[in-house]
Design a protein around this ligand. Structure first.
Ligand code: AHR
Length: 497
């Protein structure tokens, strides 16, 4: 007997799902860069890990944010360019690198390495400038070094460092968490800094750089802070036309949950926290709407994901990769689809080895985590038109909240194919789900499922990594309605023609 239904309203379009909604984030933190992306011992000679690059290229990452995180506001990009043997070893105020306990940054991976990495894996770079301890000149110089094609000292320095053509860097972040590790600023103070930085970084595309540079301001989960920031940033001669293309916030969840000790009640609580994403998106979008009356400013969630008690500074923020974490990613990607009208990007934290990474490494081995397979399963949504869905499903009371036990989102491609993702967020029971797309002309259905027969706390490692790939899912079709059984904590991707 069915106990949940998903109705897809194929005519009720929300907006295009920008591919950037499936973006990523990498920081000089623990083993994300050193040992994760860049590892001189086991790499292809120039330092990049081939195995990691292959996994990430296959994923077709749309955008990658770098160099932080908190690290960004204590990073001076000139330390990381030029001959590697001449680059200074610096402090890393926030994180130790690799598995060493030393909070030190060797600077062997810098701007040219990062931008080359992006080109090799086929992704767009998003650079976060240093606002907390840097200045607008340093930020504008960074744009000039990376993107200017003319005859200045900085453009020529890039050429001397081996790169003739300017790089394409479309996204420029003005700081990171400037309410916190990026300078502990009040919203008004950050707004004033933002205006200074935006004047210099934002003017680079007037004459010097052919491509449009998109400027990204840091918001906060405290929505009053965002309100005050938007109010103050608009107080200038730019008026409402201030150069601001996107406003961000960060949402980590599961901070009190230990992967090793969690039970089903903890999973429910964890998933409720993940779904708080929806409220944050709607509230920050409402703030933007209240102020940006003549300009389209997108919402970016440029750090998000599971952060459990195992991920502490001493462990380089590493934590086991589980099925339930991957389930939360599916739930959040559904939320992003449903808010495609306001969202322009998201960046899960972090790409390799750190927090809810997609790829994990150990020595010479690299493998995909369950969350990687969720991104893969959701890939057909990228570039489609998101459409509305109505989900009727049982819920469970979790404290004062209610967890919907089935989640879904849907999109339609240019050639009329409907893609539906359905998640059984119940870690205890199977649910039988009916999916209707209106009308009875279903010609062809192709359905895949992740994590059947797997416990929510199953941890991925090098030996079992192959067991998390998608399997075929049985779907019956009658009078245009699809019916399928979803085992506990599973994620399905169904394409319907
Ligand atoms: O991703 C880890 C840290 O979390 C980042 O450095 C910071 O921006 C956030 O608080």
């Amino acid at each position: 007997m069915t106990d949940a239904s998903v109705t897809v309203h194929t005519e009720a379009g929300i907006d295009r799902i920008e591919p950037e909604l499936h973006g990523h984030f990498s920081e000089h933190l623990g083993r994300c860069i050193y040992d994760g992306i860049w590892h001189s011992q086991s790499a292809d000679g120039d330092g990049f890990r081939e195995d990691v690059m292959t996994l990430l290229s296959d994923l077709e990452m749309p955008v990658l944010r770098w160099p932080g995180g908190c690290f960004a506001d204590d990073y001076h990009w000139e330390d990381g360019v030029g001959p590697r043997e001449d680059r200074p070893r610096r402090r890393n105020l926030f994180w130790s690198q690799d598995r060493s306990e030393a909070p030190e940054e060797p600077n062997t991976f810098g701007t040219d390495e990062f931008l080359e990495f992006c080109e090799r894996v086929g992704t767009q770079p998003y650079l976060a400038t240093n606002v907390g301890s840097g200045d607008p000149q340093e930020a504008a110089d960074w744009v000039e070094y990376a993107c200017y094609d003319g005859d200045t000292e900085l453009a020529n320095r890039r050429r001397e460092n081996g790169r003739d053509e300017p790089y394409e860097v479309p996204y420029w972040g003005i700081g990171n968490e400037n309410w916190g590790c990026g300078g502990r600023m009040s919203p008004e103070q950050y707004a004033r800094e933002y205006r200074r930085f935006a004047t210099y970084v934002g003017s680079m595309d007037n004459l010097m750089v052919d491509d449009d540079l998109e400027l990204i301001a840091c918001g906060f989960k405290d929505h009053e802070w965002n309100h005050r920031f938007m109010e103050e940033v608009g107080q200038s001669s730019w008026g409402v036309e201030f150069p601001l293309d996107h406003l961000t916030l960060h949402h980590y969840y599961g901070r009190t949950m230990s992967v090793a000790e969690a039970d089903e009640n903890d999973y429910d609580q964890f998933l409720v926290e993940a779904l708080e994403m929806e409220d944050h998106i709607e509230r920050i979008a409402a703030t933007i709407d209240a102020f940006a009356t003549t300009r389209d400013i997108g919402v970016i969630i440029d750090e998000w994901g599971a952060w459990h008690t195992e991920a502490v500074a001493e462990s380089g923020l590493e934590q086991p990769g589980t099925v339930v974490d991957a389930l939360s990613a599916a739930a959040v990607l559904d939320v992003f689809n449903d808010h495609a009208d306001v969202m322009t990007m998201s960046n899960i934290a972090q790409t390799v080895n750190v927090l809810q990474c997609l790829v994990e490494t150990e020595g010479d081995e690299a493998w995909a985590r369950p969350t990687y397979h969720v991104f893969d399963l959701y890939a057909p949504h990228k570039g489609n038109e998101a459409v509305q869905t109505s989900v009727e499903a049982p819920t469970r009371n979790v404290g004062d909240d209610e967890l919907p036990l089935v989640g879904a989102s849907a999109s339609v491609s240019d050639d009329g194919e409907t893609y539906v993702t359905v998640t059984n967020l119940d870690t205890r029971s199977t649910h039988t789900v009916e999916i209707g797309i209106g009308g009875d002309d279903v010609a062809d259905v192709d359905a895949k499922v992740l994590f059947e027969d797997q416990e929510p706390d199953l941890v991925v490692d090098a030996d079992n990594a192959d067991e998390f790939t998608a399997a075929d899912l049985d779907v019956s079709v009658e009078d245009g309605v699809l019916t399928t059984e979803l085992e506990p904590s599973t994620v399905a991707g169904i394409s319907i023609q």
